[in-house]
Ligand binder design. Structure first.
Ligand code: SAH
Length: 263
């Protein structure tokens, strides 16, 4: 069957390297009885072996032509296909029993950051996520404080999940070839978060504000939000930059602000 040309606007880069597909499947280790959810199944190159291993699967695909194709090629396979935008999709609604969701996706890179944030808001129904992303994005997710890769994304992801950088994937593994290198990351949402946030919305604002001008000192970037004496009282140097604070430091700061607002 002649395939329609890949659509740039849907961030379509289809995996076609069997070694990488096998590596990904080994990392995921799908087992019967698990509740898998694939984002962006495309032509089904991952969907097929996942279905073989598990027998059923939910998948969310935006491109209606691909949805129609998968309905034909994977009819009767146990695939539950949702023609929807993953950015607005209610993943939690897929959880119909006690089994948490295992999210899998070779994600469209043009929406990867908002999609990650969307998934993080539903982390309480997710067992784990195996995601193919632009390599730099995975490096930023996994980065430790102090370096240039460490920023808002690192703090927001690491507050909710353990982050494991699994392996890099070259551009030749995809058709069409993307301009960037890729990597696979495993995210494990914490059952018992080591960092407890009193006000998650305020935390997100604070972190965004601190990194909005990342070369400024905290004294300046958080001016009007947290005053210098409050920073010092928490043992945070007002002349430090945001990139030196750990996720725990941001949580301490945010909880302090939230508590004082509640007074
Ligand atoms: N998993 C396939 C396809 C990866 S390309 C493979 O590895 O070969 C990314 C896929 O995500 C495409 O199928 C694209 O149509 C789909 N997609 C793009 N934006 C989406 C969105 N907002 N919601 C759901 N799927 C989307």
């Amino acid at each position: 069957m002649a395939l329609p040309p890949p659509r740039k606007r849907f961030g379509q880069h289809f995996l076609h390297d069997d070694t990488v597909i096998q590596q990904l499947l080994i990392a995921i280790a799908p087992r019967p009885g698990q509740h898998l959810v694939e984002i962006g199944p495309g032509h089904g190159v991952l969907t097929r072996p996942l279905l073989q291993a598990v027998g059923e699967l939910d998948a969310v695909e935006l491109d209606r032509d691909l949805v129609a194709e998968l309905h034909t090629t994977l009819a009767g396979s146990g695939l539950r296909l949702h023609a929807a935008d993953a950015l607005a999709f209610d993943f939690a609604a897929l959880r119909t029993d006690e089994r948490p969701l295992r999210i899998i996706g070779n994600l469209p890179y043009n929406i990867s950051t908002p999609l990650l944030f969307h998934l993080l808001t539903q982390a309480d129904v997710i067992a784990d996520m195996h995601l193919m992303l632009q390599k730099e994005v995975v490096q930023r997710m996994a980065a430790a404080p102090g370096g240039g890769d460490y920023g808002r994304l690192s703090v927001m992801v690491q507050t909710v999940c353990r982050v494991d950088y699994l392996f890099g994937v070259g551009a030749d593994a995809f058709q069409p070839r993307p301009k960037v290198n890729s990597a696979v990351v495993r995210l494990l949402p914490y059952a018992q978060p080591p960092i407890v946030l009193h006000d998650p919305v305020q935390f997100a604002h604070l972190v965004a504000q601190a990194f909005s001008q990342r070369r400024k000192t905290l004294r300046n970037s958080l001016r009007g939000y947290v005053d210098e004496s409050a920073l010092s009282a928490l043992g945070i140097d007002p002349s430090a930059r945001a990139e030196t604070l750990s996720p725990q430091d941001f949580a301490t700061l945010s909880n302090d602000v939230a508590n004082r607002q509640g007074d």
